[in-house]
Design a binder for this molecule. Structure first.
Ligand code: URA
Length: 304
């Protein structure tokens, strides 16, 4: 018979350091609680509970679903019912189609930035929400005429609940200062408001599901000028397919809604993401030129 070993095998400092390094490499780089928590199991349980909480179709008189149909053996899921977990879809516990439809509905119904923030906070259709600590909605001045949009929050943003407050943000602040701007003169947000684990880029289902929110956020801020920071924001908001190495510094147009429900176009510039500039500082000279172009446009519009 095997006897239970009462004392765990001692782990050396070097082994502990190797385990921690491995965690960080796997994207587990933030300690958010004292005990482990399985967010994925929680999402699956929530979806299951929502399915069970729905009244059975048979209980609704005259429901088309109660009418006998030849050959029907299993109940059909209606449009409004949550579908089973689809882990790789970016939408968490519901189908991507349902998540996108809900995001569009919530965004369209939000008449103020506060209402939009609340709607986003209550939205469970993006799987990233489960692994992030909190929603990162915006920073800066909501009355600003210049709005900057990045891709998604990083570790520091996730901790503080504010966009661009980590090393990327510090470089962005210096770039803004170079053209006489600071956070009191701009409004900052991200395409995806929840941190992707391990600081990876958000994938395209995650971007698509969150797109109605950032589009609505831009419409509610109603800036005169939009700056897309990096590839993800440039492609998602401007539909630009060329890489940022070619798109940066160019002017595009972003079509946004007016408060009256119409649409209008605002000038939009694409620029290098500060995280890229930190890794490839040789490109800072191009970023400098782009900031000068931005300044010229601001002066022309009387915004600087
Ligand atoms: N990178 C982004 O795109 N957004 C942030 O908020 C931080 C880093």
């Amino acid at each position: 018979m095997l006897s239970e070993d009462p004392s765990p095998t001692p782990v050396s400092d070097a082994e502990l350091a190797a385990i921690l390094r491995w965690y960080v490499d796997m994207g587990v780089d933030v300690a958010v609680g004292d005990t482990p928590r399985d967010h994925f199991a929680e999402g699956a349980a929530k979806a299951q509970a929502a399915l069970q909480a729905r009244p059975a179709a048979a209980a609704i008189p005259n429901s088309p679903d109660t009418a006998p149909r030849a050959g029907r053996t299993a109940p059909r899921l209606s449009q409004a019912e949550p579908l089973p977990v689809r882990a790789a879809s970016g939408s968490g516990s519901v189908s991507p189609e349902h998540a996108l439809a809900e995001a569009r509905e919530l965004a369209a119904a939000s008449q103020t930035l506060d209402a939009l923030r609340e709607a986003m906070d209550g939205f469970d259709g993006c799987a990233l929400k489960r692994t992030a600590s909190r929603l990162v909605f915006a920073d800066g001045n909501a009355s600003a005429k210049i709005m900057l949009v990045g891709d998604a929050p990083g570790a520091e943003e996730d901790r503080q609940g504010l966009p661009f407050v980590g090393p990327d943000g510090r470089l962005l602040d210096r770039m803004l200062a170079a053209v006489g701007l600071d956070r009191s003169k701009v409004y900052l947000a991200n395409v995806v408001p929840w941190r992707p684990p391990g600081n990876r880029s958000p994938n395209s289902p995650e971007v698509s599901i969150c797109l109605p929110f950032i589009q609505r956020q831009i419409a509610l801020v109603a800036p005169d000028l939009l700056v897309c920071i990096g590839d993800v924001a440039t492609q998602a908001l401007l539909g630009v397919r060329e890489p940022i190495t070619r798109a940066h510094g160019k002017w595009f147009e972003f079509e946004t809604e007016t408060p009256a429900g119409g649409s209008h176009r605002i000038p939009a510039m694409s620029m290098f993401h500060p995280s890229y500039l930190l890794k490839a500082p040789v490109n800072k000279r191009y970023a400098w030129q782009d900031m000068q172009r931005l300044k010229k446009a601001l002066v022309k519009k009387g915004l600087c």
